[in-house]
Design a protein around this ligand. Structure first.
Ligand SMILES: Nc1nc2c(c(=O)[nH]1)N[C@H]1C(S)=C(S)[C@@H](COP(=O)(O)OP(=O)(O)OC[C@H]3O[C@@H](n4cnc5c(=O)[nH]c(N)nc54)[C@H](O)[C@@H]3O)O[C@H]1N2
Ligand SMILES: Nc1nc2c(c(=O)[nH]1)N[C@H]1C(S)=C(S)[C@@H](COP(=O)(O)OP(=O)(O)OC[C@H]3O[C@@H](n4cnc5c(=O)[nH]c(N)nc54)[C@H](O)[C@@H]3O)O[C@H]1N2
Ligand SMILES: [Mo]
Length: 749
């Protein structure tokens, strides 16, 4: 039995990992400030921070992420004196981060194979010297999605002043499919819902998003919705506990009685990569219901909306009608009757919200997944209306915002002319590299330097073995980080490890204590103020580090005042406002608006900034999102996250919500498939790549665990299984790596 999320298990989960460290008055005071106006914004997920907050507006995972930052452990120069980099390469991700917060700027010394302490000045000058000698087009400026809007804006400006649009971010491995698909079909690259919509909708459809683990505060909204009679329908190959049942940890009655609230009224275990087919089935039945209604003089479809606001309906309709239920059932792995039952809920609901996550985006035909979901919503005019809309749930706490303020490899998404006028320079116009292209560039030797504003790039990307080998050939690697991770140990010839403040820490600059801002998943911007004493007196803020590198690299420009901006972030917010006046007007006045200020969304207003000027129905050319054929012995591998991890940061080895405990080196597989392959529980097996590119990929030592999964699907954990994800296996349009249906075979060594 696994406990539902929210129950006492979440407190035990925190205590198990942090022991006595967490339950101190100072820590409790910090947690009480989390996600509140005047407090700091959680470093975990990007779910919105509502105006009417709960007493403690944090969840198990938000608390873990904060506590991880607040640890009393320190990873000091003494630690690096004791261990060579080669030795540390043999350590696990878990053990590396367990060393605690980085305390000093460090420079790699090839002679002793160690990181040695250096001064900030030495680090900046060393980096500047290297960058000035390199071709700007050979340098990658990566950002994981945590840094503030202020830092992100300056980081992107630094890259462009230097001459590069190579600004990939973690979004390139995540919701880039969303940014490309939603932009193309509804003309806005982000979701259209606001928080109030969740209290007005009649149905919520979930495709491939795991709320209980990845955005637990959202469970409160789901709980409220269900209690009001809203119906939730989930499509997911895995029976995720949070979408099945929930116990509210903040409701004493629920806690005492163990009362579970059923979340999904219908839960369909679609095959990994089977969503285009499932959505085809849903649309097919909606059309059938509409045919019946028409005969009775009514209409299920919103015909006025389709006529006035959309393009391409007839082509999609013809395709759906021509697709047989046999094909739909075979690819989706779902029974027609179940899909029809889900479609009826959609037909009966006046207002529907569509929620999705990595299950749709991390697929070879991820674009089509998202576009098909939009198709379903457009049929009944469910976009641009209260209580309805499409709502991708973003990952990192400011990943959406970083894109908003210029971290993008796509020059057409950035107001380059404006930047040119503001700062008096000619910005690079050539398209930069996204994450997959940066990896290709590294493999081909075209990339010479990598700067990481947070993150753990080498661990998060596909094709790990080949990447780690070539990565070592880079001329320069610079990593701005809070904790030691594997990417810091796969260093270039010249390498710097630069420790920064965490978001919960006081950021004191020349102009006094500073506020930073982020954008959440529902496009609301929040101010965030850290109150804790920094983990070390040698830390700099991310903003100061970016400014320090920029100053040491670029020739002076009277319009670019790195020192002044670092002294007072409000000045950077003024620049953001000047660059994006429509969305950021009165930025400094609005930054503490309770619940954040909404930066607007054209599609919500039914203004469609697409090629046709309308919302576009898309007709997919395929039913499978996997991009490969089914074959005997070939499995679709899903790489999962647990509630004891935040991406590559592993907090512990319990996936409480799935009942997988003690190890992450597991292969989850259904009892039927086990019988079929003659496997026993606890047997140790390997997975090998079944991609048709001739590259051998293998992960050994996986323990077989029986688990409820659809036909032909197996699952295991990210990042342990990343060596199996081929670099060439990504969404065709956005190049988001396809980590959710990876072709593999099981071998018994
Ligand atoms: N605790 C915690 N919170 C996190 C993170 C974390 O690692 N830990 N990471 C953060 C980040 S960066 C992100 S992007 C988000 C990610 O949050 P999610 O978008 O929820 O991503 P995943 O957990 O990778 O996968 C989501 C779900 O997709 C399902 N799935 C897999 N394949 C398919 C498919 O083909 N179809 C369908 N319909 N479903 C499928 C999986 O079973 C899983 O339940 O979470 C953020 N929040
Ligand atoms: N197979 C597979 N691969 C995947 C995924 C998957 O589902 N399956 N998911 C993908 C997704 S959605 C994402 S977003 C990427 C994640 O990729 P990344 O964003 O690159 O990785 P993280 O694990 O979030 O980065 C963790 C590190 O960030 C640093 N850090 C933490 N806080 C801060 C801070 O405040 N400032 C700075 N500067 N550094 C900080 C710490 O040093 C920590 O070790 O992985 C992708 N890779
Ligand atoms: Mo992500």
């Amino acid at each position: 039995m696994t406990a539902p999320p929210g129950a006492g298990g979440s407190l035990r989960g925190i205590a198990r990992i942090f022991g006595k460290e967490w339950n101190t008055p100072a820590v409790m005071e910090t947690l009480a400030r989390q996600n509140k106006p005047g407090g700091f914004m959680c470093v975990s997920c990007a779910w919105t921070k509502p105006a009417n907050h709960h007493a403690f507006e944090f969840c198990e995972n938000g608390a873990k992420a904060t506590l991880w930052e607040l640890t009393t452990r320190r990873c000091t120069p003494d630690f690096f004196a004791e261990h060579t980099v080669t030795e540390l390469q043999g350590w696990s991700d878990y053990d590396l981060e367990q060393q605690g917060r980085l305390t000093h700027p460090l420079r790699y010394d090839p002679v002793s194979d160690r990181y040695l302490p250096c001064s900030w000045q030495e680090a900046f000058e060393g980096i500047g010297l290297e960058l000035r000698a390199l071709d700007p087009e050979s340098v990658i400026f990566y950002a994981s999605g945590r840094a503030s809007l202020e830092t992100a804006y300056c980081y992107a400006l630094f890259a462009r002043l230097y001459g590069s649009n190579n600004l990939p971010d973690s979004s390139n491995m995540c919701h880039e499919t969303t940014s490309v698909a939603l932009k193309s079909v509804i003309g806005a690259p982000v979701g259209t819902c606001i928080h109030e919509d969740f209290s007005k909708c009649d149905a919520i459809f979930f495709f491939g998003q795991n709320t209980g683990t990845n955005s637990p505060r959202f469970l409160h909204d789901l709980e409220d919705a269900v209690k009001r009679g809203c119906r939730i329908v989930t499509f997911n190959p895995v029976r995720e506990k949070g979408l099945e049942a929930f116990i509210n940890p903040q409701n004493p009655v629920d806690m005492l009685t163990g009362h579970e609230l059923r979340i999904s009224s219908l839960y369909l275990q679609v095959r990994a990569g089977g969503d285009i087919a499932a959505l085809m089935g849903l649309i097919k039945h909606v059309l059938a219901c509409d045919d019946d209604a028409k005969a009775a003089g009514r209409s299920v479809l919103d015909r006025d909306f389709i006529k006035q606001h959309t393009a391409g309906f007839e082509t999609l309709e013809a395709k759906v009608r021509a697709t047989s239920w046999g094909e739909i059932e075979a690819e989706s792995g779902l029974a027609r009757a179940d899909i029809e039952a889900a479609a009826r809920i959609y037909v009966e609901a006046e207002r529907t919200i569509g929620i999705y996550g990595m299950g749709l985006t991390q697929q070879v035909n991820g674009f089509e997944n998202v576009a098909m979901f939009v198709n379903l919503l457009l049929l009944k005019g469910n976009i641009g209306r209260e209580g309805a809309g499409i709502s991708p749930v973003r990952g990192h706490s400011n990943v959406q915002g970083q894109r908003t303020v210029g971290i993008s490899e796509k020059p057409e998404l950035v107001p380059l002319d404006k930047l040119s006028a503001m700062y008096g320079f000619e910005p690079p116009r050539k398209k930069g590299m996204n994450t997959v292209e940066a990896c290709e560039g590294i493999l081909q030797g075209k990339v010479r330097a990598f700067i990481g504003l947070g993150g753990n790039f080498v661990r998060a990307i596909p094709e790990r073995e080949a990447m780690e080998t070539t990565w070592r050939g880079l001329r320069l690697t610079v990593q701005i980080a809070t904790k030691l991770n594997r990417s810091h140990l796969i260093n270039g010839e010249a390498a710097y490890l630069l420790p920064c403040l965490g978001r919960s820490e006081r950021d004191e600059q020349a102009g006094g204590p500073q506020t930073v801002t982020m954008e959440d998943s529902l496009s609301c911007i929040h101010g965030s103020v850290g109150h804790r004493t920094p983990a070390s007196e040698h830390l700099l803020s991310e903003m100061a580090i970016v400014a320090g590198m920029a100053k040491a690299t670029l020739s002076p420009n009277p319009r670019v005042d790195w020192d002044g901006w670092t002294g007072d972030y409000a000045r950077v917010r003024d620049l953001i406002e000047e660059t994006y006046p429509e969305q950021f007007h009165d930025f400094n006045k609005r930054l503490f608006t309770p619940g954040g200020f909404y930066r607007g969304n054209s599609a919500r207003e039914r203004i469609w900034k697409t090629k046709s000027g309308k919302a576009e129905f898309t007709t997919p050319a395929m039913l499978s999102a996997t991009g490969f054929e089914d074959r005997p012995g070939r499995y679709r591998l899903i790489t999962l996250r647990s509630n004891d991890q935040f991406n590559t940061t592993i907090y512990g080895f319990e996936d409480r919500l799935r009942g997988v405990n003690g190890s992450r080196d597991v292969l989850l597989i259904s009892p039927e498939e086990m019988r079929h392959r003659g496997l026993e529980a606890d047997q140790i097996v390997s997975l090998v790549s079944d991609a048709e590119d001739g590259v051998a990929r293998k992960v050994t030592g996986l323990k077989v665990l029986p688990f409820s999964l659809p036909r032909d699907c197996v699952a295991g954990y990210y990042p342990e299984l990343n060596p199996l994800v081929p670099l060439s296996h990504h969404d065709k349009q956005s190049k988001t790596p396809a980590s959710k249906a990876v072709p593999v075979r099981i071998v018994v060594d």
